[in-house]
Design a protein around this ligand. Sequence first.
Ligand SMILES: Cc1cc2nc3c(=O)[nH]c(=O)nc-3n(C[C@H](O)[C@H](O)[C@H](O)COP(=O)(O)OP(=O)(O)OC[C@H]3O[C@@H](n4cnc5c(N)ncnc54)[C@H](O)[C@@H]3O)c2cc1C
Length: 277
Amino acid sequence: MKFIKPKDINNLYEIIDNIDRQYLLAGGTDINVQIKNGIIRNPNIIYINHLKELSGIEEENDSILIGSTTSFKDIIDSRIIKRHIPLIHSSLQNFASPLLQTSATIGGNIANGSPTADVIPILLALDAKLEICSKISCREVFLKDFFIGYKKNVMSNNELITKIIVAKNAEQKYQTFYKKVGSRNSLAIAKVAIAGLKKVENEKIMNIKLAVGSLNEYPRRLFKVEEYIMGKTLIEIDFNKVNEYLQQEITPISDLRSDKEYRYHVCVNLIRTFLNE
Ligand SMILES: Cc1cc2nc3c(=O)[nH]c(=O)nc-3n(C[C@H](O)[C@H](O)[C@H](O)COP(=O)(O)OP(=O)(O)OC[C@H]3O[C@@H](n4cnc5c(N)ncnc54)[C@H](O)[C@@H]3O)c2cc1C
């Protein structure tokens, strides 16, 4: 195993452009476990948590930019986040534990790509984008287009996530919802997680955004369910139809934390709860 600490951001881009089998170490709360358990063997580890260009939260025109190595503690404590995107502030309160929140980073949570990653459904519901950069260029990718399979994403070996971009008005005029169902409140991995935004006018649900975690090989939006619900009042919604579309969009599995039937029913009940609120 080789450990590299780039001297600055340009040096980081040079390094990732030239080394093949590599992992970035931000907070280390996922990768250290994977190294210890032998899931990753003899990697080149590149430390990125000291690079100030990758950290911090700022406002730019109509967007909030969150640096990829910003810790969950800094996100939860941020006045900018509380003011403009309170859904992020309130939803992350039960992320891991206070100790983990000081090291775990938002970029690491996304890039690690676990189906249970807490922040991904929240950002999906907010239509967040990622800035992904290499030595040569930067590009923006909607988070909904980032994952292409279990722990697979559209990044090349010489790229990294530099920023998470959320529109300042992403939740303006929306009612928001987040529920993480785990075995306990702290240090719980989600059995099911759901984030939602809805805009209701004259009892009609004019817009709805629903994103789920722990129900597929990576967290995703429920676009078919959203499309069916949009434009309807509560009594016009046929839950047999919701079930029909949901079955096309989620593929829950049974594992040590829960079984697929439980996950499915909890998801349906949470959608119902959100619609009734
Ligand atoms: C005890 C414990 C409890 C936990 N509880 C939770 C929980 O409640 N909810 C939850 O969602 N997760 C939880 N986790 C998982 C973990 O803490 C999070 O996924 C965390 O956000 C990972 O961030 P990190 O900075 O530690 O990532 P790291 O471990 O540093 O990196 C993880 C992966 O992401 C890649 N990476 C990191 N940064 C970037 C970047 N900027 N660009 C591209 N790739 C990058 C690395 O190469 C690596 O593959 C828990 C972990 C532990 C050990």
